[in-house]
Design a binder for this molecule. Structure first.
Ligand code: SF4
Length: 377
């Protein structure tokens, strides 16, 4: 069981909060596609040997490339993999790129799931975030996607925006529910180094929202989506029953995946690798048959910390049977921390899984970091 992630690094503009690897320079698209096809060729043994179940085009903005270009990429993959067990084919799309023709082309190609960057249904928020679309386009894009046969549609929302009132957040959540989508990803705004918002924070032009406001917005989101029939299956992700993102669920359960494109990460079950975070360097390296990625074997501590992080973020929790192969120091540390977290009512045990308690979900990151094993040597 394995997935393929393809990073499309092109965006037309930069959103104020975004720290994903991207470029607004569109001139390298042709070379990028060629380099990507070459990278696919170099990874033919992975494609030949693994059962590919999910494909995910992320970015950047995958919808900046044409259906014909995506077709070229898929053809390159199909040279080495029949994709006969493919269960999910997702593409991230921006609302302003949506048209009947574009969605129709994607559906013909086999795309069966879209992840749409809506972020808010308020023009004022969208302008402040430097998004290209407006609220009207957001609603229209959802309608077009549904009318053209997308039955598994996910939208992204952002909360914890310094200029968003609680009433506006309530309305955003209600509009997301009323839009009839099957999946909602909701992320709290973070101020990442290198973004415009990080500079604003440092200069005092923006402030982080108080923790009580974040908790109130998160609690409202969880309560309303649950009433609307959504399952809260990962800290930031909600889906109608059976429509969890298979691709992301595979990450969270430690499955293998191939990462293609600049900045993409990969995991082969033992080693992690990550591609150079620069589209020009990526193209030059592939053209010149040079190395375009770095690789490291995961140490035992890293593997433990990763399993903790991924497991505790999901509704299933951390599968404690996974501790079997770990050394005594790590297991003793885990058991001691487990007792402490249970006595604080932060986590609970269920059928061999350690899960974050429902009323502690907002502090999941804090709980995870308490469970992290730090090597003091
Ligand atoms: S949020 Fe998406 S569209 Fe905006 S800059 Fe980042 S990758 Fe590009």
């Amino acid at each position: 069981m394995a997935g393929i992630y393809i990073h499309v690094p092109f965006c037309y503009t930069r959103c104020s909060y975004c720290d994903f690897y991207k470029t607004t320079d569109q001139q390298f698209k042709d070379e990028y596609i060629k380099a990507l096809c070459k990278e696919i060729e170099l990874n033919r043994s992975f494609l030949l040997n693994e059962d590919i179940q999910t494909i995910y085009f992320g970015g950047g903005t995958p919808s900046t490339i044409k259906v014909e270009e995506i077709t070229v990429i898929i053809k390159a993959i199909k040279k080495h993999s029949s994709l006969k067990h493919l269960q999910e084919f997702t593409l991230e799309i921006n609302p302003d790129d949506v048209s009947d023709e574009y969605i129709g082309g994607l559906v013909d190609l086999g795309v069966d799931r879209l992840s749409m960057g809506i972020q808010s249904f308020y023009d004022v928020h969208l302008r402040k975030m430097n998004r290209r679309h407006n609220a009207k386009q957001a609603k229209e894009a959802i309608r077009i996607a549904k009318e053209n046969g997308i039955t598994n549609l996910s939208i992204d929302l952002i909360y914890g925006l310094p200029y968003m009132t609680f009433e506006e957040w309530e309305r955003n959540v209600q509009m997301a529910i009323e839009s009839g989508v099957q999946h909602i990803s909701a992320y709290h705004l973070t101020f990442e180094k290198g973004t415009l918002y990080y500079d604003y924070l440092k200069k005092g032009k923006l402030q982080e929202v108080p923790e009580e406001s974040s908790v109130k917005q998160f609690d409202y989101l969880v309560k309303e989506l649950s009433c609307a029939g959504f399952e809260h299956y990962e800290i930031s992700n909600f889906s109608l029953p059976g429509l969890e993102s298979k691709h992301n669920s595979n990450y969270w359960t430690g499955q293998k995946y191939l990462g293609l494109g600049p900045s993409a990460h990969a995991f082969d079950g033992k080693n992690r690798s990550w591609n150079v975070r620069d589209v020009r360097k990526y193209i030059t390296a592939l053209e010149g048959n040079e190395t375009y990625f770095e690789k490291e074997e995961l140490k035992e501590i890293d593997r433990y910390n990763e399993l903790i992080m991924l497991g505790l973020r999901t509704k299933y929790g951390f599968n404690m049977s996974l501790l079997d192969g770990f050394n005594t120091t790590i297991c003793t540390f885990f058991n001691k921390e487990l007792k402490r977290q249970i006595s604080s009512n932060n986590v609970m045990l269920e059928d061999g899984f350690c899960k974050v308690a429902d009323n502690r979900k907002m502090i999941t990151d804090r709980i995870i970091s308490d469970f992290f094993f730090v090597d003091e040597d």
